[in-house]
Design a binder for this molecule. Structure first.
Ligand code: CP
Length: 316
C-alpha cells in the first residue's frame, strides 16, 4: 500500500489509506492546511495551483460534507470540477468502473475523488489505471476514509496541540465505521497517548484487540479522564446480518448527553464526522454545546483537502 500511495521520493501519488502513511507527510499536510486556514504565509499563486487541472468527484454512495468540501477545495485552487452523477451515467448500461475511469482519463481528469460502498475499490482503480492520475479514497465501505481521519486529527491538534498527552475515545459502531479505522490509524501514527473505543460488543470488529486500542463496553468506564470524544452514528446501511439496535435502547447505553460528558475531563472536545443522528448517539445540547467542534471539523475539511490535492499535484 505504501508504494502505491507514496512515490520513491516519499510524496503522495494516491491517498487510499492512512495506514502506511508517513508521519512526515501527515505533518506536512497539516502545515499546508494551517496556511490555507489562517491565510498566513500564503502566496497568490497558491490559489491558482490547480489551474488547468481537473478534479472529478465520483460518489457511488451519498455524501454531503465530503463531496461538497472537495468541490469547494478544488475550486479555491482554481481547478475545473466535475461532479459525475452516477445515477444518470452509463454505469447503468453495464460499463465497468475501470472503463468509466479510463474514459474520464481520456478527458484529462487529473484527480479522482472516489466513494464506494465496496471496500478496496479506490485501491483497485489505483492499481489498474494507466496514467499519472491521482486517486483519493473518499470512503470505501467500512474500510477507510483517510481525509476524514486527517481532518479529525487536524481538529484535535487545533484545540489540544500535543497528541502525546491525549486520551481519545471513539464511541459507537466501530465495526461498520470507516472513519473509526482511519481515526485509529492517524492517531496511532501521531503518537496519541491512549486511544479508546467504546461500544456494544456486537459493534466491535473481530480484530479489535490487534488495533492497539483499549476497549470499553460502558460509557461510564470508557469516558473517564478522556480529552477528546469522537461520536459515531450507527451505520445501518452497512449492517447485513446483525440486528440493528433499537435507537432508544442504544441512546440509553451509549448516547452522549450532558451528564455523561461530565465523566470526561472538563475541557473534553466533542467531535462527530457527521451526519449526526440527534437523540440516537448524541443529544442536541451536546452537539450544539460549547465543547462541540463538529462544525469546525467541516470547515477544516476544506483546508485539509486543499493541502492533499496540492501535495499530489505539486510536491513530486
Ligand atoms: N463525514 C462524512 O463522510 O460525511 P458525508 O457522508 O456527508 O460525506
Amino acid at each position: 500500500m505504501k508504494n502505491l500511495q507514496q512515490s520513491e521520493n516519499k510524496k503522495l501519488q494516491h491517498l487510499l489509506s492512512i495506514k502506511g502513511l508517513d508521519k512526515k507527510i501527515i505533518e506536512e499536510i497539516f502545515n499546508d492546511a494551517d496556511k490555507f486556514l489562517e491565510k498566513k504565509d500564503i502566496k497568490l499563486d497558491d490559489y491558482t495551483s490547480l489551474n488547468g487541472k481537473t478534479v472529478c468527484n465520483l460518489f457511488f454512495e451519498n455524501s454531503t460534507r465530503t463531496q461538497t468540501t472537495f468541490e469547494i477545495a478544488a475550486k479555491r485552487l482554481s481547478a475545473n470540477v466535475i461532479n459525475l452523477d452516477i445515477a444518470t451515467s452509463s454505469q447503468s448500461k453495464g460499463e465497468s468502473i475501470l472503463d468509466l475511469i479510463n474514459n474520464l482519463i481520456a478527458m484529462s481528469v487529473d484527480i479522482f475523488v472516489i466513494r464506494h460502498s465496496e471496500p478496496g475499490i479506490p485501491e483497485l482503480i489505483a492499481k489498474n489505471i494507466k496514467s499519472n492520475a491521482h486517486i483519493i479514497n473518499a470512503g470505501d465501505g467500512n474500510r477507510e476514509h483517510p481525509t476524514q481521519g486527517l481532518l479529525d486529527a487536524f481538529t484535535i491538534r487545533e484545540f489540544k496541540k500535543d497528541f502525546s498527552n491525549l486520551k481519545v475515545a471513539i464511541v459507537g459502531d466501530i465495526e461498520h465505521s470507516r472513519v473509526a479505522k482511519s481515526e485509529i490509524n492517524v492517531l496511532s501514527t501521531l503518537g496519541t497517548k491512549e486511544i479508546r473505543v467504546i461500544g456494544p460488543k456486537a459493534l466491535m470488529p473481530s480484530n479489535i484487540n490487534n488495533l492497539n486500542v483499549n476497549v470499553f463496553h460502558t460509557m461510564e468506564e470508557g469516558l473517564k479522564d478522556v480529552d477528546v470524544i469522537m461520536m459515531l452514528r450507527i451505520q445501518k446501511e452497512r449492517m447485513s446480518n446483525k440486528t440493528v439496535p433499537s435507537e432508544s435502547e442504544y441512546f440509553k447505553s451509549f448516547g452522549l448527553n450532558q451528564e455523561r460528558l461530565k465523566i470526561a475531563n472538563n475541557d473534553a472536545l466533542v467531535l462527530h464526522p457527521g451526519p449526526i443522528n440527534r437523540g440516537v448517539e448524541i443529544e442536541s445540547e451536546v452537539a450544539d454545546g460549547k465543547q462541540s467542534a463538529i462544525l469546525n471539523q467541516v470547515k477544516y475539511g476544506i483546508a485539509i483537502r486543499m493541502a492533499v490535492m496540492v501535495m499530489m499535484i505539486h510536491k513530486k
